[in-house]
Write a protein that binds this ligand. Sequence first.
Ligand SMILES: Cc1cc2nc3c(=O)[nH]c(=O)nc-3n(C[C@H](O)[C@H](O)[C@H](O)COP(=O)(O)O)c2cc1C
Length: 191
Amino acid sequence: MIREYADTPVDPAIVDRALANAVRAPSAGFSQGWGFLVLDQREDVDRFWEVTTSPGELPDSWLRGMKTAPVLIVPCSSKAAYLQRYAEPDKGWTDLDEARWPVPFWHMDAAMASLLILLTAVDEGLGACFFGIEPAYTRATRDAFGIPAEFDPVGAISLGHRRPDETPSGSPRRRKRRDQADVVHRGHWTS
Ligand SMILES: Cc1cc2nc3c(=O)[nH]c(=O)nc-3n(C[C@H](O)[C@H](O)[C@H](O)COP(=O)(O)O)c2cc1C
């Protein structure tokens, strides 16, 4: 994840490629209950930061860095799309009971699509970062960009060129990557 960007515009063809890859993500029942708000104009990106931060808040180094991203993509998921899709005859969950879902597949699929956006950035030699939108700012984000009620932003992705002088950032500076042996359990879960 890259949290500070060079002052170089992103070729719109790269954004298009990232989105074309995103919609090839797997989705439960091929529901494709996702939507992607793309902000690639400076005034829209500025508006995003305006509505997701408190007025008068002094930007910390995270915010200062993230504000340099020329492109933001807000992947959204629609729970309703999944409930409706699975009520179709080939699935048959006509009661729309949410208890049937092992985990919220609507968020999972938007996350899978998000990963394809991140991987496209890597493939193009760019940088990107997936980050959360604090619940306190969801309403303002919806209002500012007209996100319909049936879609929930699952987070946001910043995208831009990497800086030649970039320094490592984020939690991996403070936490070690867990060993595979600690997280892979073959045949039986071992503690
Ligand atoms: C669901 C999710 C939420 C995240 N939220 C944030 C966030 O709010 N801010 C941020 O800077 N990074 C966020 N990250 C990025 C993680 O901090 C990052 O992936 C992790 O520290 C590992 O670093 P790496 O991806 O660079 O290897 C998030 C990642 C995921 C998958």
